[in-house]
Write a protein of this length. Sequence first.
Lengths: 110, 545, 496
Amino acid sequence: MTVETLIALAACALVGIGLYGLIVQPHPLRKVVAFNVMGSGVFVIFGALARRGAAAGMLADPVPQALLITAIVVAFAATAMTVALLLRLIESTGSASLAAEPPSADGEAR
Amino acid sequence: MERSMLLAAVLALPLAMLAACLWAPVRARILTLLPIAPLPGIAAALLCVGVPPLRLAPGAWAPVLMLDLVGAILLGTAALLWALAALYARCYLRGDGDAGRFGVCWLMTLTGCLGAFVAADMVTLYLLLGLLTLGACGLVIHDQTPPAWRGGGMYLAMALFGESCALIGFVLLAAASPDDGLLIRDAVRALPESPTRDLTLALLIVGLGLKAGLVPLHMWMPLAHAAAPVPASAVLSGAVVKVGIIGLMRFLPLHSAMPDWGQALAAVGLFTALYGVAVGITQSHPKAVLAYSSVSQMGVIVAVLGMGWSVGDASAALSAAFYASHHVLVKGTLFLAVGLAAATAAPRLLWPLLAVAAVLGLGLGGLPLTGGALAKYAVKGPLGDGLAGTLGKVSAAGTTLLVLHFVHRLRSFASQRPGDAAPVGLWWPWCLLALASLIVPWALYLSVPGGTVGDMLAPAVLWAALLPMLAGVAAALALQLSGARLPLVPEGDLVRMIDAAVRRCIAAGPAMVRADALLLHWPVALLLLLATVLGFGMMLFGGHR
Amino acid sequence: MSTEGGLLLAAAVLLPFTGMLFGMLAGGRQAQRIAFIVMPLGLVVAVGIAGTWLDGSGPVVYLLGGWAPPLGIALRADGPAVAMLLAVAGVVTGIGVFALADFGTPKGSAESRAAYSYWLLLLAVWGSLNLVFVSGDLFTLYVALELLTFAAVPLVCLGGSGATLRAALRYLLFALAGSLLYLLGAVLVFGAYGTLDIAQLAQRVQPEAASWTMLALMTAGLLAKTALFPLHIWLPPAHAGAPAAASALLSGLVIKGSWFLVVRLWFDAMPSVVTMPAAQLLGALGAGAIIFGNAVALRQARLKLLVAYSTVAQIGYLFLMFPLAFDAAAGRIAGGLALSGGIMQAISHATAKSAMFMAAGSIYSALGHDRVADFAGLARALPLTVFAFGLGGISLVGLPPAGGFLAKWWLLSAAVTSGQWWWALVLLAGGLLTAAYVFVVITRALRAPVAPLLVAPVARYRELATLGLALASVLLGLLALFDLRGLLVGRPSVGA
């Protein structure tokens, strides 16, 4: 049981927790948090793979690390957009519920 | 080269007129220009038989046009009907606010109808069939009465179903033909050896037979043809139905003898012939009677094709085409007569109308010296002397009965307001068409080598033609005298079955909407996402084991 | 080794994004002007790429910075990519012209945030789509996909009402779930094979538990973004609630991005991993989408919802090509008639559905509502728009010479030659159902009104833009005359 394997298993647990939260939690903010937990899990798996794929004499494979940074930025942007939308939704309707409503009641923009 | 260009003009002129209809001023006056549209068709039928096929663009998908003798016969008579019916429509629809829309639908149907006679490749034919369906649907719906909507909807649904079957048939045919070519002639020549032969034939017969009105795919005909305005009914029942016939003639490998298929087709045809008569005599609206008569006559034509196919006799197509061309003109005349009768009250006008209608109608049953007799004589050969021949004679008797019923209903349909007279603009196209129905079959008979007037006057021939007619007259008298009440069969008899099926399908709709609302729940959707992952995983794993 | 003309690929991606950045700095009216400068330039670039591809003998390749994969990023354009680039450029131009009416800022009026955002988002969607089509490795595709989602979500809530915000939030969360699954799959790919470049993957990937897991994860994630049944929950409220110009963009183009990714994955990256049951499952989901989407569309009372559910159904068609492309003899998926049919279906749907949404938008702005039952007299009031809607319907049903017919013919031929006749039945049943609701809408519009219809005037150029796209979809089938099958299938994309 090397360090990478342990970390990877922990990351799988993170993904599982995040997925569970995404499915079960009704409040959108909690879904965002769950999404971030799941995302972190994926990133950690990537990191573990970087460590495992390291060439002789190097500490870690540089390619996944570069990709990881991009992915973190993307996840951050996604979180920012989601929270902004959520704030606007609360401002506009007063509630943060994502409950399904009959499509025919949808407002019409233009 | 120039004569091949005339083939292109058959399609080009109506399409150009359609394009011009995009401008509202042209659309408002299009009714007066309608008689011009089929004129290239008449010219092509006379001049272009057997010219080399005209390829409109390079490549495998190019539209190709071609005219053989069978196509020419049908094209010429159909174009003549379209022209005279357009003259009739010009007067019939004067003052109708929607005349522009009528003209557009008319042109669409005309393009599809005449084009189908000259199309030589599958994609062009499919395009023209689609154009035809849309235009004809518009013609049926024109009056916007409830029967018109029902007829139009039923027509569209069944026509699209038929075209879908035909499309798969075309794809199968193209797959079996050398180099996946799309030329009908080459593909059909390769059809008998193809591994998917039976499926292809079944699909083509269902798809094209639906357009021709074979039982049990005929239900749309009485509904649609009765609900359309009179000139539209005339061309729908006269010319448009023949598109199904020419399709069957072109797509069935008549040159190769297939006894089981041929006899099955002949059986369906003869059943249709008798069925049309049986239901037709229960109808009270003259247009419905005529529609069932069309069903019956198409059955006879298909039976002729079937009998010829079972022995590999390709000349059966020529006899069938001759029979069909006579039907084109006569059915058109009879439909226009309905419109005239509805507007005429004076006996001195009504009786000649009824008399001419009776003569022409009885021609359908084989009245000697009419074109009908020539037609019946022509198809006697392919039908043979066995069961098919006998049933053919029975159908002639039945047609006589049906025509007498029609004339009887036509008299009751006449206008009740004394002093009512149809305008002259309706009379003279009708007279021209009636004259054509008498002259054109004789002209065709004498122009194609092999027949003389003397043959037709031989006593044996006359007696053979008269016998079924007398039987029909006797049956009519018997029915009338016995006063038996015939069962009231609604128009489009088997439509009830379709209605029930449609109702059940519609009931499924709200269930699906409820299911959709269920899917909108967030946990359900995400669990379905996980299920998708697992599903694909299992399929990928299992497929490799 | 970049091929000549490869720089055009980078230009195709950079041009819209540069325009977007300048527009963001310059402000509302300038954003619109910049968009209208970028659109013709983008068309020229797309045509240039097509020309380069037709002249060359393989895909057009560009290596960013000259570094070869797996260290560097390669942009690759093969037949399907070139076709999609051209189609998107054309449709975006059409939608842009149409959007002038809703989001144009005439002189003398204050700039609105919605108008300003719309032009920026239009360019962003275009740029992201171009990146999806030309990307050569899985991670760039992930970035492109996320860009596409971020550009598309605000388009949904451009109107600002609470319901559209909710629809946008639901879309975003579901799409993010999908992209996380995709990312997880991509990460595992890298862990197993050491490269994310598609061309290299095709040579290294083996059918084993690892690759099956990856493919399953990535496919499911992409299906969530493409809204394939039964993962379509977010699409109808989102597309129906957005303004017409935005719905046209969303339904016509954004969906095609994630779909194209599935094509890349299955056909180019992991063709030997795909199995027949998996392809049949994808086709079965597609068939479910067709039947379900069309059935629910028939029950809709509002035109925009009807068109949105029609999109759900048409997405199903896009996935029917997968089982039909599976070569049972070789045991792997192979491009061919089915691939051509799928690409043609995508292009023809993009044009037809955009035209239909644009028509629905014109009808809404003219009547003030879009209830189908009250459409009587519309044909006389807005003839061009109703005609355009009908033409779009004809393309979806599949009558020649529309692109939809060509796609249907190719797919049917593939079904017939591979013996999978049940897909043929699904295709034709879908055509009949589509014809049903198109018929209902058109005949309702053709009926004479009980009382005269009150109609607000609709700008002529708006109707003409709608008609232009509808005509394009109906005439697409004429491409068959030029034997451009090579464009859609022909040369393989692997091999840089």
